[in-house]
Design a binder for this molecule. Sequence first.
Ligand SMILES: Cc1ncc(COP(=O)(O)O)c(C=O)c1O
Length: 463
Amino acid sequence: MADPAKETVSAAGPTGGQHAFYARDAIVPFPVIEHAAGVFMTGTDGSRYMDVSSGPVVSNIGHGNARVADAMAAQVKTVEYVFPRLAASRVSAAYATRLSGLAGPGFERAHLASGGSEAMENAIKFLRQYAVATGAPSKRRIITCEPSYHGATIATLAMNGEVTMAGFLDGFATPSLKVPAPMTYRVPDGVDARSYADRCVQALERTIVDQGPETVLAFVIEPVGGLSTGCVVPPDDYMRGIRQVCSHYGVHLVFDEILCGMGRTGKFLAARHWPDAKPDIVTMAKGMASGYSPLGAMLAPADMVDELAALTGFEFQYSYNAHPVSCAAGMAVLDEYQRHDLIARAETGGAQLRAGLEDLQTEHAVIGDIRGLGMLLAVELVADRATKAMLPNDLRPTDRIRIHGLDNGLLIYSRPTSGGKYGHWFIVAPPLTITPDEIDELLRRLDGTLAAFGAEMRALGAL
Ligand SMILES: Cc1ncc(COP(=O)(O)O)c(C=O)c1O
Protein backbone atom coordinates (compact mmCIF):
# COMPACT_ATOMS: atom_id res chain seq x y z
CA MET A 1 0.00 0.00 0.00
CA ALA A 2 1.07 3.62 -0.43
CA ASP A 3 3.57 4.97 2.07
CA PRO A 4 1.59 7.25 4.43
CA ALA A 5 4.74 9.34 5.00
CA LYS A 6 4.59 10.58 1.42
CA GLU A 7 2.91 13.93 1.08
CA THR A 8 -0.49 13.34 -0.45
CA VAL A 9 -3.88 14.93 -0.45
CA SER A 10 -6.91 12.78 0.19
CA ALA A 11 -10.54 13.67 0.67
CA ALA A 12 -10.17 12.53 4.27
CA GLY A 13 -7.12 14.64 5.04
CA PRO A 14 -6.49 18.37 5.47
CA THR A 15 -7.22 19.84 2.12
CA GLY A 16 -8.77 22.62 0.12
CA GLY A 17 -9.73 23.11 -3.50
CA GLN A 18 -11.25 20.35 -5.59
CA HIS A 19 -10.36 17.51 -3.27
CA ALA A 20 -12.59 18.84 -0.48
CA PHE A 21 -15.55 17.97 -2.71
CA TYR A 22 -14.56 14.36 -3.35
CA ALA A 23 -16.16 11.39 -1.61
CA ARG A 24 -14.81 10.76 1.88
CA ASP A 25 -14.44 7.03 1.24
CA ALA A 26 -11.77 7.57 -1.43
CA ILE A 27 -8.88 5.15 -0.87
CA VAL A 28 -6.38 6.40 -3.45
CA PRO A 29 -4.12 9.22 -2.24
CA PHE A 30 -3.38 12.20 -4.48
CA PRO A 31 0.34 13.02 -4.56
CA VAL A 32 1.00 16.75 -4.45
CA ILE A 33 2.93 17.52 -7.64
CA GLU A 34 5.58 20.18 -7.42
CA HIS A 35 7.43 19.74 -10.67
CA ALA A 36 6.77 18.09 -14.01
CA ALA A 37 9.03 17.55 -17.01
CA GLY A 38 8.55 15.28 -20.02
CA VAL A 39 6.75 12.11 -18.90
CA PHE A 40 7.71 12.55 -15.24
CA MET A 41 5.85 14.25 -12.41
CA THR A 42 7.61 14.82 -9.09
CA GLY A 43 5.83 15.07 -5.75
CA THR A 44 6.72 17.47 -2.95
CA ASP A 45 8.31 14.54 -1.11
CA GLY A 46 10.58 13.79 -4.06
CA SER A 47 8.62 10.78 -5.36
CA ARG A 48 8.85 10.57 -9.18
CA TYR A 49 5.93 9.25 -11.15
CA MET A 50 5.63 8.43 -14.85
CA ASP A 51 2.47 9.91 -16.32
CA VAL A 52 1.05 6.68 -17.77
CA SER A 53 -2.09 8.25 -19.22
CA SER A 54 -1.08 11.90 -19.80
CA GLY A 55 -3.55 12.79 -17.02
CA PRO A 56 -6.91 12.07 -18.65
CA VAL A 57 -5.16 11.78 -22.08
CA VAL A 58 -4.36 15.50 -22.16
CA SER A 59 -0.59 16.03 -21.93
CA ASN A 60 0.28 14.83 -25.44
CA ILE A 61 3.51 16.86 -25.75
CA GLY A 62 4.67 16.11 -22.21
CA HIS A 63 5.20 18.42 -19.27
CA GLY A 64 7.38 21.47 -18.78
CA ASN A 65 7.74 22.53 -22.41
CA ALA A 66 9.54 25.90 -22.34
CA ARG A 67 8.71 26.81 -25.95
CA VAL A 68 4.97 26.57 -25.23
CA ALA A 69 5.41 28.51 -21.98
CA ASP A 70 7.31 31.25 -23.85
CA ALA A 71 4.67 31.47 -26.59
CA MET A 72 1.94 31.86 -23.96
CA ALA A 73 3.92 34.49 -22.04
CA ALA A 74 4.57 36.42 -25.24
CA GLN A 75 0.84 36.39 -26.03
CA VAL A 76 -0.06 37.62 -22.55
CA LYS A 77 2.38 40.49 -22.97
CA THR A 78 0.97 41.41 -26.40
CA VAL A 79 -2.81 40.87 -26.26
CA GLU A 80 -3.98 38.78 -23.33
CA TYR A 81 -7.69 38.86 -24.11
CA VAL A 82 -10.10 39.78 -26.87
CA PHE A 83 -13.84 39.24 -26.62
CA PRO A 84 -14.87 37.83 -30.04
CA ARG A 85 -18.29 39.54 -29.93
CA LEU A 86 -16.54 42.93 -29.80
CA ALA A 87 -13.26 42.50 -31.69
CA ALA A 88 -11.04 39.89 -33.34
CA SER A 89 -7.72 38.33 -32.41
CA ARG A 90 -5.12 37.44 -35.01
CA VAL A 91 -3.84 34.39 -33.13
CA SER A 92 -7.36 32.92 -32.68
CA ALA A 93 -8.13 33.27 -36.38
CA ALA A 94 -4.74 31.85 -37.36
CA TYR A 95 -5.12 28.93 -34.98
CA ALA A 96 -8.64 28.08 -36.21
CA THR A 97 -7.40 28.17 -39.82
CA ARG A 98 -4.40 25.97 -39.01
CA LEU A 99 -6.55 23.46 -37.10
CA SER A 100 -9.13 23.11 -39.85
CA GLY A 101 -6.33 22.86 -42.42
CA LEU A 102 -4.95 19.88 -40.52
CA ALA A 103 -8.43 18.36 -40.19
CA GLY A 104 -8.86 18.58 -43.98
CA PRO A 105 -11.78 18.85 -46.39
CA GLY A 106 -15.18 18.78 -44.73
CA PHE A 107 -13.87 20.51 -41.60
CA GLU A 108 -13.07 23.96 -42.96
CA ARG A 109 -14.48 25.85 -39.97
CA ALA A 110 -13.25 25.53 -36.38
CA HIS A 111 -15.31 26.97 -33.52
CA LEU A 112 -13.08 27.27 -30.45
CA ALA A 113 -14.06 26.55 -26.86
CA SER A 114 -12.46 26.11 -23.46
CA GLY A 115 -12.48 22.32 -23.28
CA GLY A 116 -14.21 19.13 -24.30
CA SER A 117 -17.61 19.47 -22.64
CA GLU A 118 -18.04 22.97 -24.05
CA ALA A 119 -16.98 21.84 -27.51
CA MET A 120 -19.51 19.00 -27.33
CA GLU A 121 -22.27 21.37 -26.22
CA ASN A 122 -21.36 23.72 -29.06
CA ALA A 123 -21.63 20.88 -31.58
CA ILE A 124 -25.11 19.97 -30.37
CA LYS A 125 -26.23 23.59 -30.18
CA PHE A 126 -24.86 24.21 -33.66
CA LEU A 127 -26.79 21.26 -35.12
CA ARG A 128 -29.96 22.28 -33.29
CA GLN A 129 -29.65 25.86 -34.51
CA TYR A 130 -29.05 24.59 -38.04
CA ALA A 131 -32.15 22.35 -37.84
CA VAL A 132 -34.32 25.19 -36.54
CA ALA A 133 -32.99 27.67 -39.09
CA THR A 134 -33.39 25.30 -42.05
CA GLY A 135 -36.98 24.29 -41.29
CA ALA A 136 -36.48 21.06 -39.36
CA PRO A 137 -37.43 22.16 -35.81
CA SER A 138 -38.71 18.70 -34.84
CA LYS A 139 -35.12 17.42 -34.89
CA ARG A 140 -34.14 17.51 -31.23
CA ARG A 141 -33.28 13.99 -30.05
CA ILE A 142 -29.67 12.85 -29.65
CA ILE A 143 -28.55 9.22 -29.78
CA THR A 144 -25.39 8.11 -27.96
CA CYS A 145 -23.83 4.81 -26.93
CA GLU A 146 -24.07 2.80 -23.75
CA PRO A 147 -21.39 3.06 -22.36
CA SER A 148 -19.94 6.39 -23.50
CA TYR A 149 -18.57 9.67 -22.15
CA HIS A 150 -19.10 13.13 -23.64
CA GLY A 151 -18.63 15.56 -20.78
CA ALA A 152 -19.72 16.90 -17.42
CA THR A 153 -22.04 19.82 -18.18
CA ILE A 154 -25.70 19.05 -17.56
CA ALA A 155 -26.44 18.51 -21.26
CA THR A 156 -23.40 16.31 -21.85
CA LEU A 157 -23.99 14.33 -18.64
CA ALA A 158 -27.38 13.51 -20.10
CA MET A 159 -25.64 12.21 -23.23
CA ASN A 160 -23.25 9.93 -21.36
CA GLY A 161 -23.92 6.21 -21.28
CA GLU A 162 -23.25 5.90 -17.56
CA VAL A 163 -25.96 4.10 -15.60
CA THR A 164 -24.92 5.43 -12.18
CA MET A 165 -26.14 8.90 -13.23
CA ALA A 166 -29.77 7.79 -13.73
CA GLY A 167 -31.00 9.09 -10.36
CA PHE A 168 -29.20 12.41 -10.73
CA LEU A 169 -30.65 13.00 -14.20
CA ASP A 170 -34.16 11.75 -13.45
CA GLY A 171 -36.56 14.57 -14.20
CA PHE A 172 -33.63 17.01 -14.29
CA ALA A 173 -32.28 16.73 -17.84
CA THR A 174 -33.43 14.92 -20.96
CA PRO A 175 -31.22 11.86 -21.43
CA SER A 176 -30.13 10.97 -24.95
CA LEU A 177 -31.50 7.81 -26.48
CA LYS A 178 -29.01 5.01 -25.90
CA VAL A 179 -27.81 2.27 -28.25
CA PRO A 180 -25.21 -0.37 -27.37
CA ALA A 181 -21.58 0.63 -27.93
CA PRO A 182 -19.69 -1.72 -30.26
CA MET A 183 -17.78 -3.41 -27.42
CA THR A 184 -15.25 -5.92 -28.74
CA TYR A 185 -14.23 -7.97 -25.67
CA ARG A 186 -17.37 -8.33 -23.58
CA VAL A 187 -19.78 -9.49 -26.26
CA PRO A 188 -22.73 -11.83 -25.64
CA ASP A 189 -21.98 -15.58 -25.51
CA GLY A 190 -21.60 -17.20 -28.90
CA VAL A 191 -21.26 -13.86 -30.69
CA ASP A 192 -18.01 -12.43 -32.04
CA ALA A 193 -17.07 -8.75 -32.10
CA ARG A 194 -18.00 -8.35 -35.76
CA SER A 195 -21.46 -9.81 -35.55
CA TYR A 196 -22.05 -7.93 -32.30
CA ALA A 197 -21.12 -4.74 -34.13
CA ASP A 198 -23.72 -5.61 -36.81
CA ARG A 199 -26.31 -5.88 -34.04
CA CYS A 200 -25.22 -2.48 -32.77
CA VAL A 201 -25.75 -0.93 -36.22
CA GLN A 202 -29.20 -2.55 -36.36
CA ALA A 203 -29.99 -1.15 -32.90
CA LEU A 204 -29.10 2.33 -34.13
CA GLU A 205 -31.35 1.98 -37.16
CA ARG A 206 -34.21 0.59 -35.05
CA THR A 207 -33.92 3.45 -32.58
CA ILE A 208 -34.04 6.06 -35.35
CA VAL A 209 -37.03 4.39 -37.00
CA ASP A 210 -38.93 3.89 -33.71
CA GLN A 211 -38.29 7.46 -32.68
CA GLY A 212 -39.15 8.88 -36.10
CA PRO A 213 -36.19 10.05 -38.23
CA GLU A 214 -37.69 13.54 -38.45
CA THR A 215 -37.16 13.91 -34.68
CA VAL A 216 -33.54 12.69 -34.51
CA LEU A 217 -30.89 15.38 -34.67
CA ALA A 218 -27.63 13.46 -34.29
CA PHE A 219 -25.84 10.26 -33.42
CA VAL A 220 -22.75 11.03 -31.33
CA ILE A 221 -19.99 8.46 -30.87
CA GLU A 222 -16.38 8.25 -29.70
CA PRO A 223 -14.80 6.65 -32.82
CA VAL A 224 -12.09 5.23 -30.57
CA GLY A 225 -13.18 4.94 -26.98
CA GLY A 226 -11.46 6.41 -23.95
CA LEU A 227 -12.18 5.62 -20.35
CA SER A 228 -15.87 4.83 -20.86
CA THR A 229 -15.23 1.74 -23.00
CA GLY A 230 -11.53 1.21 -22.34
CA CYS A 231 -10.30 2.29 -25.77
CA VAL A 232 -12.68 0.18 -27.84
CA VAL A 233 -11.84 0.26 -31.54
CA PRO A 234 -15.00 -0.58 -33.50
CA PRO A 235 -14.77 -2.98 -36.44
CA ASP A 236 -14.57 -1.26 -39.88
CA ASP A 237 -17.99 -2.59 -40.89
CA TYR A 238 -19.54 -0.92 -37.87
CA MET A 239 -18.18 2.48 -38.85
CA ARG A 240 -19.39 2.04 -42.43
CA GLY A 241 -22.74 0.83 -41.13
CA ILE A 242 -23.42 3.79 -38.84
CA ARG A 243 -22.43 6.22 -41.62
CA GLN A 244 -24.88 4.57 -44.00
CA VAL A 245 -27.69 4.54 -41.45
CA CYS A 246 -27.16 8.20 -40.53
CA SER A 247 -27.02 9.29 -44.19
CA HIS A 248 -30.11 7.26 -45.05
CA TYR A 249 -32.24 8.81 -42.31
CA GLY A 250 -30.83 12.35 -42.43
CA VAL A 251 -29.26 12.12 -38.97
CA HIS A 252 -26.00 14.04 -38.40
CA LEU A 253 -23.05 11.85 -37.45
CA VAL A 254 -20.82 13.47 -34.81
CA PHE A 255 -17.43 12.04 -33.82
CA ASP A 256 -16.36 12.96 -30.30
CA GLU A 257 -12.58 13.07 -30.78
CA ILE A 258 -12.03 15.08 -27.63
CA LEU A 259 -9.81 12.32 -26.28
CA CYS A 260 -8.83 10.26 -29.33
CA GLY A 261 -8.12 13.13 -31.76
CA MET A 262 -4.92 15.17 -32.13
CA GLY A 263 -2.84 12.26 -33.37
CA ARG A 264 -3.33 9.92 -30.40
CA THR A 265 -4.34 7.04 -32.65
CA GLY A 266 -1.60 7.63 -35.24
CA LYS A 267 -3.68 9.96 -37.42
CA PHE A 268 -4.50 13.61 -36.78
CA LEU A 269 -8.20 12.73 -36.70
CA ALA A 270 -9.22 9.22 -35.68
CA ALA A 271 -11.89 9.59 -38.39
CA ARG A 272 -9.12 9.16 -40.98
CA HIS A 273 -8.94 5.47 -40.08
CA TRP A 274 -12.36 5.10 -41.73
CA PRO A 275 -12.43 7.29 -44.87
CA ASP A 276 -15.78 5.84 -45.92
CA ALA A 277 -17.41 6.75 -42.58
CA LYS A 278 -16.61 10.44 -42.51
CA PRO A 279 -18.55 12.30 -39.82
CA ASP A 280 -20.44 15.57 -40.36
CA ILE A 281 -19.01 17.22 -37.24
CA VAL A 282 -15.95 16.48 -35.10
CA THR A 283 -15.21 17.72 -31.58
CA MET A 284 -11.68 17.92 -30.16
CA ALA A 285 -9.99 19.19 -26.98
CA LYS A 286 -7.44 17.72 -24.52
CA GLY A 287 -4.26 17.35 -26.64
CA MET A 288 -4.99 20.58 -28.54
CA ALA A 289 -3.24 22.67 -25.91
CA SER A 290 -1.89 19.58 -24.14
CA GLY A 291 -2.76 20.85 -20.67
CA TYR A 292 -0.93 24.16 -21.01
CA SER A 293 -4.23 26.02 -21.35
CA PRO A 294 -7.91 25.05 -21.69
CA LEU A 295 -8.86 24.63 -25.36
CA GLY A 296 -11.42 22.71 -27.38
CA ALA A 297 -13.00 22.88 -30.83
CA MET A 298 -15.95 21.92 -32.93
CA LEU A 299 -15.03 21.32 -36.57
CA ALA A 300 -17.75 21.74 -39.17
CA PRO A 301 -18.02 21.92 -42.96
CA ALA A 302 -17.86 25.38 -44.54
CA ASP A 303 -21.15 24.96 -46.42
CA MET A 304 -23.15 24.29 -43.22
CA VAL A 305 -21.49 27.09 -41.26
CA ASP A 306 -21.86 29.57 -44.12
CA GLU A 307 -25.49 28.61 -44.76
CA LEU A 308 -26.33 29.07 -41.09
CA ALA A 309 -24.40 32.35 -40.95
CA ALA A 310 -26.58 33.61 -43.82
CA LEU A 311 -29.76 32.58 -41.95
CA THR A 312 -29.45 33.24 -38.22
CA GLY A 313 -25.78 32.86 -37.45
CA PHE A 314 -24.47 30.72 -34.59
CA GLU A 315 -23.76 33.26 -31.93
CA PHE A 316 -23.68 31.43 -28.60
CA GLN A 317 -20.70 32.77 -26.73
CA TYR A 318 -18.74 32.13 -23.57
CA SER A 319 -16.44 34.89 -22.28
CA TYR A 320 -13.42 32.65 -22.84
CA ASN A 321 -14.17 31.17 -26.30
CA ALA A 322 -11.21 31.42 -28.68
CA HIS A 323 -9.00 32.82 -25.92
CA PRO A 324 -5.80 34.30 -27.40
CA VAL A 325 -3.49 32.72 -24.80
CA SER A 326 -5.06 29.28 -25.31
CA CYS A 327 -4.74 29.74 -29.08
CA ALA A 328 -1.07 30.76 -28.70
CA ALA A 329 -0.58 27.59 -26.62
CA GLY A 330 -2.40 25.57 -29.29
CA MET A 331 -0.16 27.03 -32.01
CA ALA A 332 3.01 26.24 -30.05
CA VAL A 333 1.70 22.72 -29.35
CA LEU A 334 1.20 22.15 -33.08
CA ASP A 335 4.78 23.36 -33.64
CA GLU A 336 5.94 20.73 -31.14
CA TYR A 337 3.92 18.08 -32.98
CA GLN A 338 5.83 18.97 -36.15
CA ARG A 339 9.21 19.35 -34.46
CA HIS A 340 9.02 15.91 -32.84
CA ASP A 341 6.92 14.15 -35.51
CA LEU A 342 4.48 13.18 -32.78
CA ILE A 343 1.76 11.61 -34.89
CA ALA A 344 4.24 9.13 -36.37
CA ARG A 345 5.56 8.50 -32.86
CA ALA A 346 2.04 7.69 -31.67
CA GLU A 347 2.18 4.80 -34.10
CA THR A 348 5.75 3.58 -33.47
CA GLY A 349 5.68 4.18 -29.70
CA GLY A 350 2.19 2.68 -29.54
CA ALA A 351 3.44 -0.48 -31.29
CA GLN A 352 6.34 -0.79 -28.81
CA LEU A 353 3.98 -0.27 -25.87
CA ARG A 354 1.45 -2.78 -27.15
CA ALA A 355 4.13 -5.41 -27.71
CA GLY A 356 5.41 -4.81 -24.17
CA LEU A 357 1.90 -5.06 -22.74
CA GLU A 358 1.37 -8.32 -24.62
CA ASP A 359 4.56 -9.66 -23.03
CA LEU A 360 3.22 -8.62 -19.63
CA GLN A 361 -0.02 -10.47 -20.40
CA THR A 362 1.92 -13.77 -20.58
CA GLU A 363 3.21 -13.11 -17.04
CA HIS A 364 0.13 -11.65 -15.40
CA ALA A 365 -3.10 -13.66 -15.40
CA VAL A 366 -5.08 -10.56 -14.39
CA ILE A 367 -4.69 -9.07 -17.88
CA GLY A 368 -7.75 -10.14 -19.85
CA ASP A 369 -7.54 -7.85 -22.87
CA ILE A 370 -5.29 -5.22 -24.43
CA ARG A 371 -6.90 -2.92 -26.98
CA GLY A 372 -6.71 0.49 -28.57
CA LEU A 373 -5.09 2.27 -31.48
CA GLY A 374 -1.76 4.08 -31.74
CA MET A 375 -0.67 5.31 -28.32
CA LEU A 376 -4.18 5.11 -26.88
CA LEU A 377 -4.32 1.72 -25.19
CA ALA A 378 -6.31 0.08 -22.40
CA VAL A 379 -5.61 -2.96 -20.27
CA GLU A 380 -8.68 -4.83 -19.00
CA LEU A 381 -8.26 -6.60 -15.67
CA VAL A 382 -10.07 -9.89 -15.04
CA ALA A 383 -10.44 -12.56 -12.39
CA ASP A 384 -10.20 -15.37 -14.95
CA ARG A 385 -8.85 -14.92 -18.46
CA ALA A 386 -10.47 -18.09 -19.80
CA THR A 387 -13.99 -17.13 -18.72
CA LYS A 388 -13.45 -13.31 -18.79
CA ALA A 389 -14.92 -13.27 -15.26
CA MET A 390 -14.73 -9.78 -13.81
CA LEU A 391 -12.97 -8.92 -10.59
CA PRO A 392 -15.38 -8.31 -7.70
CA ASN A 393 -16.49 -4.70 -7.82
CA ASP A 394 -16.49 -4.30 -4.06
CA LEU A 395 -12.71 -4.87 -4.04
CA ARG A 396 -12.42 -1.62 -6.04
CA PRO A 397 -9.94 -2.99 -8.57
CA THR A 398 -9.63 0.31 -10.48
CA ASP A 399 -8.65 2.06 -7.25
CA ARG A 400 -6.26 -0.66 -6.13
CA ILE A 401 -4.35 -0.70 -9.41
CA ARG A 402 -3.81 3.05 -8.98
CA ILE A 403 -2.47 2.57 -5.46
CA HIS A 404 0.01 -0.08 -6.64
CA GLY A 405 0.89 2.22 -9.53
CA LEU A 406 1.81 5.00 -7.10
CA ASP A 407 3.94 2.55 -5.11
CA ASN A 408 5.77 1.69 -8.32
CA GLY A 409 6.19 5.28 -9.52
CA LEU A 410 3.26 5.39 -11.92
CA LEU A 411 0.29 7.74 -12.16
CA ILE A 412 -2.46 5.58 -13.64
CA TYR A 413 -5.88 6.74 -14.82
CA SER A 414 -8.73 4.32 -14.21
CA ARG A 415 -12.25 4.53 -12.91
CA PRO A 416 -15.08 2.07 -13.32
CA THR A 417 -17.68 2.90 -15.97
CA SER A 418 -21.23 2.44 -14.72
CA GLY A 419 -19.95 1.22 -11.35
CA GLY A 420 -17.99 -1.63 -12.93
CA LYS A 421 -20.91 -3.01 -14.96
CA TYR A 422 -18.72 -3.41 -18.03
CA GLY A 423 -15.52 -4.52 -16.30
CA HIS A 424 -12.35 -2.81 -15.08
CA TRP A 425 -9.54 -1.31 -17.11
CA PHE A 426 -6.87 1.33 -17.02
CA ILE A 427 -5.51 3.56 -19.75
CA VAL A 428 -1.96 3.42 -21.12
CA ALA A 429 -1.51 6.64 -23.10
CA PRO A 430 1.68 8.42 -22.02
CA PRO A 431 2.80 11.69 -23.63
CA LEU A 432 3.53 11.12 -27.32
CA THR A 433 7.04 12.46 -26.65
CA ILE A 434 7.93 9.37 -24.58
CA THR A 435 11.22 7.82 -25.74
CA PRO A 436 11.75 4.08 -26.42
CA ASP A 437 13.86 3.80 -23.22
CA GLU A 438 11.13 5.50 -21.20
CA ILE A 439 8.58 3.07 -22.65
CA ASP A 440 10.75 0.19 -21.40
CA GLU A 441 10.94 1.85 -17.99
CA LEU A 442 7.18 2.34 -17.91
CA LEU A 443 6.66 -1.34 -18.75
CA ARG A 444 9.08 -2.39 -15.99
CA ARG A 445 7.16 -0.32 -13.47
CA LEU A 446 3.88 -1.73 -14.77
CA ASP A 447 5.28 -5.23 -14.31
CA GLY A 448 5.86 -4.45 -10.62
CA THR A 449 2.45 -2.82 -10.35
CA LEU A 450 0.64 -5.80 -11.85
CA ALA A 451 2.61 -8.26 -9.72
CA ALA A 452 1.59 -6.44 -6.53
CA PHE A 453 -1.99 -6.05 -7.74
CA GLY A 454 -2.24 -9.75 -8.68
CA ALA A 455 -0.80 -10.81 -5.31
CA GLU A 456 -3.30 -8.62 -3.48
CA MET A 457 -6.24 -9.96 -5.51
CA ARG A 458 -5.04 -13.50 -4.85
CA ALA A 459 -4.75 -12.81 -1.12
CA LEU A 460 -8.29 -11.41 -1.15
CA GLY A 461 -9.53 -14.59 -2.87
CA ALA A 462 -10.48 -12.84 -6.11
CA LEU A 463 -8.17 -14.93 -8.36
C1 LIG B 1 -14.57 11.37 -25.18
C2 LIG B 1 -14.68 12.57 -24.28
N1 LIG B 1 -15.59 13.51 -24.56
C3 LIG B 1 -15.72 14.61 -23.80
C4 LIG B 1 -14.94 14.81 -22.69
C5 LIG B 1 -15.12 16.05 -21.85
O1 LIG B 1 -13.99 16.87 -21.98
P1 LIG B 1 -13.61 17.90 -20.81
O2 LIG B 1 -13.25 17.09 -19.63
O3 LIG B 1 -12.46 18.68 -21.40
O4 LIG B 1 -14.81 18.78 -20.58
C6 LIG B 1 -13.99 13.84 -22.35
C7 LIG B 1 -13.15 13.98 -21.14
O5 LIG B 1 -12.61 13.04 -20.62
C8 LIG B 1 -13.86 12.70 -23.16
O6 LIG B 1 -12.97 11.72 -22.87
